[in-house]
Ligand binder design. Structure first.
Ligand code: ATP
Length: 199
């Protein structure tokens, strides 16, 4: 499995559609300060489901949409798509090539797609989570992040290990199910109150 192409359009400094092609092996992005190197990495994190505006170095999610320059008007949407070579079947989907995409509209709302079919953010996160890719898999190591891990508390360090071991997905599902159960218990309690009132 390797990243094949990344296409950005209206994302941060990339107003026009721009496609990056990656070969297997190491890719280096070089350029002057402020030319948009980190924006490429932000685009990767974003299309893989990043939800934290701060992680993307912005104040709010809308900041990822091209904000305009002196010569070009702001755009109304940001779009990123990432094509992953899945010839080895590491992603649990029956395609040798998988394209995930994400669009954010300035007017509000987002769209996600896997191989052109619309899906939920959760579908993208789940598709990537068993492969070692994905927003919380530490595949993207930002500046200062190594320091954070070295100085983490024992509890945080356990969290990192759980993420790497793929336990996190199950923990999230468990928490979601527990919340549903609590809601259900609340409904049952209310039902019992009502039935004792009518008895
Ligand atoms: P350095 O080498 O200093 O780390 P870099 O090459 O990594 O720089 P980036 O941080 O990726 O550069 O890009 C910063 C540029 O992106 C700035 O010029 C900033 O104005 C521009 N930029 C960020 N968000 C937007 C946006 N929403 N719309 C337009 N331009 C943006």
């Amino acid at each position: 499995m390797h990243l094949k192409t990344l296409t950005v359009r209206g994302f941060k400094s990339f107003a026009s559609a721009t496609t990056f092609e990656f070969e297997p092996g190491v890719t280096a992005v070089v350029g002057p300060n402020g030319s948009g190197k980190s924006n490429v990495v932000d685009a990767l994190a974003w299309v893989m489901g990043e939800q934290g505006a701060k992680t993307l170095r912005g104040g709010k999610m809308e900041d990822v949409i091209f904000a305009g320059t002196s010569g070009r008007a702001p755009l109304g949407r940001a779009h990123v798509s990432l094509t992953i070579d899945n010839a080895d079947g590491k992603l649990p989907i029956d395609y040798a090539e998988v394209t995930i995409s994400r669009t954010l509209f300035r007017a509000g709302g987002s769209e996600y797609a896997i191989n052109g079919s619309s899906c939920r953010l959760l579908d993208i996160q789940e598709l990537l989570s068993d492969s070692g890719l994905g927003r919380e898999m530490h595949v993207i190591v930002g500046q200062g992040q190594l320091d954070k891990i070295l100085h983490a508390t024992a509890e945080d360090r356990r969290g990192f290990i759980e993420e790497a071991a793929g336990v996190l997905k199950h923990r999230r599902r468990k928490e979601k199910t527990l919340r549903k159960l609590q809601g259900m218990q609340g409904n049952l309690d209310r039902l019992e109150d009502l039935s004792s009132e009518v008895r």
